[in-house]
Ligand binder design. Structure first.
Ligand code: MSP
Length: 641
C-alpha cells in the first residue's frame, strides 16, 4: 500500500470574504498536496468552512439574513476562488453538514465516556471577535489580547473539558515528537504555555443558538473550537456509518494553520484526541502573517488585499508563485503590489519566461522543433542534480521558498550555459558545429524539463503549458522517475511557442490600478449630498478638536514611524494616542509640548496599541509631518474652532 498523506487547512469563517491571508494557507497546502502526489503518495487534501458561532450569527444579523444564508453566499465565493486558484482539494467540509454533526457528537460521546466532561459555571471575559474567553490577566487595556476587540464578562452554566488532566500527556507528546509543532520557535512557545499550567476548558455555550446542540443537553451548543477542530475527523466519516476514509487517512500528516490559531491546534486539539482515544496528528505547522502597513492583514483592521484584481490580471500561477516565494515559510511578510510586480518581472517574465522562450525559439529555428538528446549534460546536469536534491530536501523540511530558490539556481545555470555556449554562433558556423549545437540545445531543454517538473506543484497551469511547449507527452508528474537527468522521452517535437509571462510596465500598472480605485470611489453613491468639496458648519461642528499637552512619549517597538503618546486633555483626562511622527520627532522633544488632537475619533489599534484620537500635523511635499501647536498659552482641553 502507498504511504498516505493527509493534509488540512483551517476551515475559514464565513463572516468575511477571503483575502490574501486566507488564500495563503490554502495555496501552501495545495502546493504540498500536489508535491506529495507527485512523490507517489496517496494524498487526501481537505479544506472547508467554519460556519457556527456568535461571530457568524452577528454578521448575518447585521445583514438582515439567516446565518445559513450568509454561509451559503460566502461558501460559493470560496468554491469559486479555489477553482480560480486551481486548488486541488479532495474534499470541502462545512460545519453545518450532517456528517460533521455526527463527528462532533461522536467525539463528545467518547470524551464523556472517558469521564473528562463535567458541568460547572463559566465566567470570563469573552471576545466575540475571536470566539474565545480570556482570563483577566491576559487582557490588554481591557480588550482582547489578540486583536484588541472589546470583551464582555459572561457567566453561565457550561460543560467543561478536563484539559488540566492532559498537561503531562501533552508535555510528553511534545518531548517525544519534537517535530509535532513547527517552526521551532512556535514549538517552544507552546511548550512554555503548557508548562505554565492548563485550566479546564469550557466546551459548551448556553448563550448561543447558532451551533451544534450539545449531546444530552440541547440547551447548550458545542463550543465553536471543539466543533471546528473536529472537522478534520468528520470529513473522513468519523462518527458516520462509513468510516473507511477515517481508517485510511487518520492521523493527519500535516495541519497547516496560521500562527494565530496554533494554540487551539497544539493544545486543545491533541488533548481532545487523547481523551477520545484517538491518534494525534503528526505535525502542526504555524505559518506567519501577511502584513500590510505594519499590521496583520485582517478584516477588523480594514487593511486587506483581495485577490480578485491580481488574479484577473496575472492569473493564478503568478499569485501562487509570489505567495510561496516571497514569504519565508513560518515567518511574517509584507504584501505590496510593488513586490509582487518586481518578482513577476524578474523571476517569472525574465528568468523563467526568457530562458524558456529563447531556448524554445532557437530549437524551432535551428532544429525545426526537434528535441535533441541531452548527452551527459556536463555543468547543467550537475546543477540539475544539486537543484533537485536541494528541492526535495526543502520540500520535505517544509521550506517551499528554499525549494523555489533551488529551482531558480538551476534556471540561472541553464541561462549561463546558453550564454557561454552561444548556440546562435554555432548555428551560423554550419554543419561542422551541428553536433555541438544539438548538444547545447538538448542539454538546455533537458534542464528546462526538470525545472518545469519542479515548479508543477507551485504553478500547475504554467507547468502544463510549458510541458506542451517542450513537447513532453502526457505529463505524468512522477518525481522519482522524471527528475532524473535524461528521463525525457527521445525524439520529441516541441509544441507551439507562446509567451508565458509578458513583462509588466510597473509604473503604468500602478497608475492604472490607482485610477481604477479612484473611479470606483467616484462611482460610489455620494454619502454627502450636492456640494462635494465643501461641508456645512454643522458637519464641522461634529469634529471635536482639542488642545492637549504631551506628558509621555515613547517609540512603539518594531515600528519606525509610530510613537505612543499620553496626552493631557485637562480635567484629569490622560489620553493615549498613536502618532506616525517618529521619523521627524524624538519622543523626548515632545514632552510638555502643546498639540491639537481630534478628540472624538473612533478608537483604532496600530501595531497592537490603542489610539484614541489623532494628532494634527501638516505635511510638506516630501511627506514629513509638522505638528500644529497653538500660538500662545492655552490650557489643555481648550476647544479648537
Ligand atoms: N475558523 C478558524 C479556524 C478553525 S480551524 C479548525 C479561523 N478562521 S479564519 O478564517 O479566521 O482564518 C483561517 C486562516 O487564515 C488561519 O490560518 C489564519 O491564520 C489565516 N489568516 C488570516 N489572516 C491572515 C494573514 N493576514 N496572513 C496569513 N494568514 C492569516 O481562524
Amino acid at each position: 500500500m502507498r504511504d498516505t498523506y493527509y493534509i488540512t487547512t483551517p476551515i475559514y469563517y464565513v463572516n468575511d470574504l477571503p483575502h490574501i491571508g486566507h488564500i495563503y494557507t490554502t495555496v501552501m497546502a495545495d502546493i504540498f498536496a500536489r508535491y506529495h502526489r507527485m512523490a507517489g503518495r496517496d494524498v487526501r487534501f481537505l479544506t472547508g468552512t467554519d460556519e457556527h458561532g456568535q461571530k457568524i450569527e452577528r454578521a448575518a444579523a447585521t445583514q438582515g439574513i439567516r446565518p445559513i444564508e450568509l454561509a451559503d453566499r460566502v461558501v460559493a465565493r470560496y468554491h469559486h476562488l479555489w477553482e480560480q486558484l486551481e486548488i486541488s482539494h479532495d474534499d470541502f467540509i462545512r460545519t453545518t453538514e450532517p456528517r460533521h454533526q455526527r463527528g462532533v457528537t461522536e467525539i463528545i460521546r467518547r470524551i464523556q465516556a472517558k469521564g473528562d466532561i463535567y458541568k460547572g459555571e463559566y465566567s470570563g471575559w469573552y471576545c466575540a471577535g475571536c470566539e474565545a474567553f480570556f482570563p483577566e490577566t491576559q487582557l490588554v487595556e481591557g480588550r482582547c489580547p489578540d486583536q484588541g476587540h472589546p470583551v464582555e464578562l459572561l457567566s453561565e452554566p457550561s460543560y467543561f473539558f478536563r484539559l488540566s488532566a492532559y498537561q503531562e500527556g501533552l508535555l510528553e507528546w511534545y518531548r517525544d515528537n519534537p517535530g509535532c509543532v513547527e517552526p521551532r520557535s512556535r514549538y517552544n512557545e507552546v511548550l512554555r504555555f503548557v508548562e505554565g499550567g492548563l485550566r479546564d476548558l469550557s466546551i459548551s455555550r448556553r448563550s448561543l443558538s447558532w451551533g451544534i446542540p450539545f449531546p444530552g443537553d440541547e440547551d447548550h451548543v458545542v463550543y465553536v473550537w471543539l466543533d471546528a477542530l473536529t472537522n478534520y475527523l468528520s470529513a473522513l466519516g468519523f462518527g458516520s456509518a462509513d468510516d473507511t476514509l477515517f481508517h485510511r487517512y487518520w492521523p493527519a500528516q500535516l495541519h497547516l494553520v496560521g500562527k494565530d490559531i496554533l494554540r487551539f491546534h497544539c493544545v486543545y486539539w491533541p488533548a481532545f484526541l487523547m481523551s477520545a482515544g484517538l491518534p494525534l496528528p503528526e505535525k502542526v505547522f504555524g505559518h506567519g502573517w501577511w502584513m500590510r502597513d505594519e499590521a496583520k492583514m485582517s478584516k477588523s483592521l480594514g487593511n486587506v488585499v483581495r485577490p480578485d484584481h491580481l488574479l484577473e490580471r496575472f492569473g493564478p500561477d503568478a499569485l501562487r508563485y509570489f505567495l510561496a516565494r516571497e514569504m519565508a515559510f513560518g515567518q511574517d511578510a509584507t504584501f505590496s503590489d510593488e513586490a509582487f510586480l518586481e518578482r513577476y518581472n524578474a523571476d517569472l517574465a525574465n528568468n523563467l519566461g526568457n530562458t524558456t522562450s529563447r531556448t524554445l525559439s532557437m530549437t524551432h529555428r535551428y532544429l525545426e522543433g526537434r528535441v535533441p538528446a541531452p548527452g551527459g549534460g556536463g555543468q547543467v546536469a550537475a546543477a540539475a542534480g544539486q537543484a533537485t536534491a536541494a528541492y526535495l530536501g526543502a520540500m520535505d523540511r517544509l521550506e517551499p521558498h528554499r525549494a523555489l530558490e533551488a529551482v531558480w539556481q538551476l534556471l540561472a545555470a541553464i541561462n549561463g550555459f546558453i550564454q557561454e555556449s552561444q548556440p546562435w554562433a554555432l548555428a551560423k558556423a554550419g554543419a561542422r558545429s551541428q553536433d555541438h549545437l544539438e548538444e547545447v540545445l538538448g542539454t538546455s531543454l533537458e534542464g528546462l524539463r526538470i525545472v518545469t517538473l519542479m515548479i508543477a506543484p507551485f504553478m500547475p497551469g504554467v507547468a502544463l503549458r510549458l510541458e506542451s511547449q517542450l513537447g513532453v507527452p502526457e505529463p505524468r508528474h512522477e518525481l522519482s522517475r522524471e527528475l532524473a537527468w535524461d528521463a525525457g522521452q527521445r525524439g520529441r517535437k516541441l509544441g507551439e511557442n507562446q509567451p508565458l509571462f509578458p513583462r509588466v510596465d510597473i509604473k503604468a500598472y500602478l497608475e492604472e490600478v490607482s485610477m481604477e480605485a479612484e473611479k470606483q470611489q467616484e462611482s460610489k453613491p455620494a454619502e454627502t449630498p450636492a456640494k462635494e468639496s465643501t461641508i456645512g458648519i454643522d458637519e464641522f461642528a461634529r469634529i471635536q478638536l482639542k488642545v492637549g499637552t504631551v506628558r509621555e512619549a515613547e517609540m512603539i517597538p518594531k515600528s519606525k514611524k509610530l510613537l505612543r503618546l499620553m496626552v493631557d486633555l485637562g480635567e484629569d483626562e490622560l489620553r493615549q494616542v498613536v502618532a506616525g511622527i517618529a521619523e521627524r520627532y524624538d519622543p523626548e522633544e515632545l514632552l510638555g509640548r502643546r498639540i491639537v488632537i481630534v478628540a472624538n475619533l473612533e478608537p483604532a489599534r496600530l501595531m497592537g496599541v490603542e489610539s484614541r484620537g489623532m494628532i494634527l500635523a501638516a505635511t510638506d511635499a516630501d511627506g514629513h509631518p509638522f505638528i500644529l501647536s497653538p500660538d500662545g498659552d492655552v490650557p489643555p482641553g481648550s476647544e479648537v474652532r
